[in-house]
Design a protein. Structure first.
Length: 95
């Protein structure tokens, strides 16, 4: 579980382009479109953006409409703990 948490934090940091500590839907969409393996692991091979955003934003614990770092991590860990594996660009073994 520790590896999933560390990986999820790394993904968040890569996606949070403006460094404000939360992800907009635009930031998240751009990140996922550029990382199809992550997208498929988190959203499944066939998905719709609206349904995906509803699921991921269900982890917005403080209901402020912003997906903050630990909320994103909780979402990813829940997905990765179901057996999904994902790589992030720049990791050892990634091409």
């Amino acid at each position: 579980m520790r590896n999933a948490t560390a990986l999820s934090r790394k993904m968040f940091d890569e996606a949070d382009k403006d460094g404000n500590g939360w992800l907009s839907k635009t930031e998240l969409r751009k990140y996922l479109k550029g990382n199809r393996d992550v997208l498929e692991t988190l959203a499944g091979p066939s998905f719709r953006w609206q349904a995906f955003f509803e699921e991921v934003y269900s982890f917005d614990g403080n209901r402020n409409g912003r997906l903050e770092r630990e909320e994103f991590v909780a979402f990813c860990v829940s997905k990765l703990s179901r057996g999904g594996e994902v790589g992030v660009r720049g990791e050892e073994g990634e091409s």
